[in-house]
Design a protein around this ligand. Structure first.
Ligand code: GBH
Length: 456
């Protein structure tokens, strides 16, 4: 029998739920960060967000209308275990039970992300968050709580969303919560995230819960600027510092050689026990993909500077220089639209790791608009989705890459982290005054893409 291809949308708890102080939910680091003056554009917070906590039934209706067969969402750890490590909040479990049952009633398969950046605040204050293995232990217990509560109906689990962002933006350049700046802590945080992942997967497999478990790592594509040897090596190096850093350990059992050489003591090493825990700990590869740059060699003394966000001391560790073709279209985040980069990346992943099923757990774009009318008429996003899904289908159907799902980011406009509500990634427009949802042109375009591929 042919494996079903999942067409879906993706969201994350802090970005859509709101209800930040309701029904026993504890505080998390994004509650604290968004309430810290100066951190978020326009002082926006996720206090209400899309109020999905109260409006989730409407959102399920929207997805049913769209025709998706999968929905990727995250659980709020501090809604389920308010202080991250103590007692379980039954109201938190109840909310997700209603969401899961509602999805299943419409034939939509839930893909759960356990951690999409909203660490319970207590674990930050007591353990320094991901700098301590105590947080990994707490995560493992939280994961087991979720497998026990939802594992009878949920068969697709993603432990962590984008450990690169947690480590680099949270502990490297201080852009995201908890806002730390360092060129060693990102490597330690990432290590503890990988250990936490390994511990949770062991729990999952030994517990005999049905289904698949994996990670969602983000990666932008790096195309060699020229065909010369040095530029090809630079592109490869950049991909290894980006994706292989966090994916090699869970498949091959160790960090890429180039990172070990370059970083020395700043990169933790796996003990034999840790290696046994982490190696082979994914059933699939989750990929979040947004953009592409050219890569070229750069002398070590100059470091490597990424366009867009500077990555603190981290970028200096890659002796790579990034650039772009100014003819490429840009999204309102300033990210370049390069569908062929997506196809190349899927092939690179397939080649490096072999025949793991790949789920594209996020892909999408932000589009600027001055009014509701303009926002709803998002031909730019419709074209983006057409281009990127065509590139993915070419990888799947022509190149033989085992892609088994695609989740568009995002179902609806939501809290875009430090950019607040200023950046809209949704295929559904959300009026943040009335909370009314309106499908955009891209919603209709995506509906057709899905219908055509599923032969409806
Ligand atoms: C995802 O992260 C998140 O999972 C999601 O929560 C978020 O809402 C969504 O994307 C949209 O931001 O500055 O040109 O070098 C995105 C990860 C990492 C993708 C950095 C773009 C830098 C592009 N991003 N990358 S550039």
């Amino acid at each position: 029998m042919k494996t079903p291809f999942y067409w879906g949308t993706a969201t994350a708890a802090y970005q859509i739920e709101g209800a930040w102080l309701e029904d026993g939910k504890g505080l998390n680091i994004w509650d604290a960060y968004s309430h810290t003056p100066g951190k978020i554009k326009n002082a926006d917070t996720g206090d209400v967000a899309c109020d999905h906590y109260h409006l989730f039934e409407k959102d399920i209706e929207l997805m049913a209308e769209l025709g998706v067969t999968g929905y990727r969402f995250s659980l709020s750890w501090s809604r389920i275990i308010p202080d991250g490590k103590g007692s379980v909040n039954p109201a938190g479990i109840e909310f997700y039970n209603r969401l899961i049952d509602g999805l299943l009633a419409k034939g939509i398969t839930p893909f759960i992300t356990l951690y999409h950046w909203d660490l319970p605040l207590t674990l930050q204050l007591e353990n320094d968050g991901w700098l301590s293995e105590k947080t990994s232990e707490a995560f493992c217990r939280y994961a087991k709580t979720c497998f026990d509560a939802f594992g009878d109906r949920v068969n697709h689990w993603i432990t962590f969303n984008e450990n690169w962002c947690t480590a680099v933006l949270g502990y490297g350049n201080g852009e995201f919560a908890p806002g730390r700046v360092s060129n060693t802590e990102p490597y330690l945080a990432a290590h503890n995230l990988l250990i936490a992942h390994g511990m949770a997967v062991k729990e999952f497999r030994e517990g005999g819960y049905p289904g698949q478990i994996g990670l969602a790592n983000n990666c932008d594509w790096r195309e060699p600027l020229t065909d010369n040897e040095a530029d090809r090596a630079a592109a490869q190096e950049s991909l290894e510092f980006f994706f292989a850093w966090l994916t090699d350990p869970v498949i091959l059992g160790d960090y890429p050689a180039i990172m070990k050489e370059r970083l020395g003591d700043r990169l933790p090493s796996f003990t034999p026990e840790q290696q046994a825990l982490v190696k082979g700990s994914v059933d699939f590869i989750g990929l979040n993909h947004y953009t592409t740059h050219y890569a070229s060699a750069r002398p070590p003394e100059k470091g490597g500077i990424a366009p867009g966000e500077g990555n603190g001391g981290m970028s200096d560790d890659q002796q790579v220089s990034l650039s772009a073709d100014e003819a490429w279209q840009k999204t309102s985040m300033g990210w370049y639209v390069v569908p062929w980069g997506f196809r190349n990346l899927l092939n690179w992943i397939h080649k490096r790791y072999g025949d793991y099923p790949i789920y594209v757990t996020e892909n999408g774009c932000s589009v600027a608009a001055n009014s509701r009318e303009e926002a709803v008429d998002d031909q730019f996003r419709a074209n983006f989705l057409q281009g990127y899904t065509d590139a993915m289908k070419a990888a799947r159907d022509e190149d033989g890459v085992p892609v088994q799902g695609y989740f568009c980011w995002s179902l609806m406009d939501n809290f875009e982290w430090t950019r607040g509500y200023d950046m809209r990634f949704g295929i559904t427009y959300v009026d943040f005054e009335t909370l009314e949802r309106t499908p955009k042109a891209s919603f209709r375009a995506y509906q057709k893409i899905i219908g055509d591929d599923l032969g409806r």
